[in-house]
Design a protein. Structure first.
Length: 149
């Protein structure tokens, strides 16, 4: 790929202009990216909007301009994880009831071969540290204790 121009307008934003047409993003790929971003960010924004402290969390993303980079992992990892990947180290898993993605323990055990602690809290979602902070700290401590035994 040949690079014609690299532009950095702000510390968090950089763009590269290429002269290689094969590397250019097609209109269909761009539409898919936009749709995926909208679908991914909608539950996150909804969760932040309806929770206590949401204005603080929202302000952190807005003022630090990290909203896009924090959502990037969802875009990049969507359908890219090797289905044959196995995790053979002790693992503690908490499946919060209002999380974006949830799975039964039987499915998790196919990938995580040594689940030493499984918890299913009664409340909480994708941001448990904001939604149920006291429970989250306790859950984290108990999970780490189980993993480190």
């Amino acid at each position: 790929m040949g690079v014609d121009e690299v532009s950095v307008s702000e510390p968090h934003a950089a763009s590269v202009t290429t002269n290689d047409a094969a590397q250019a993003t097609s209109a269909a790929e761009e539409d898919t990216r936009k749709q995926f971003t909208a679908v991914t960010l909608q539950p996150i924004c909804t969760a932040l909007h309806h929770r206590r402290g949401s204005s603080v969390a929202g302000a952190l993303y807005w003022l630090t301009r990290t909203g896009a980079s924090s959502a990037r992992i969802y875009y990049e990892s969507h359908n890219s994880l090797d289905p044959e990947l196995r995790v053979d180290v002790p693992s503690a898993i908490s499946m919060y009831p209002r999380d974006i993605e949830r799975c039964p323990r039987a499915w998790a055990q196919e990938r995580y071969r040594q689940i030493v602690r499984w918890s299913s809290p009664e409340t909480g979602g994708h941001f448990p540290s904001l939604e149920v902070p006291e429970y989250f700290v306790k859950d984290l401590q108990e999970g780490l204790a189980a993993v480190l035994r």
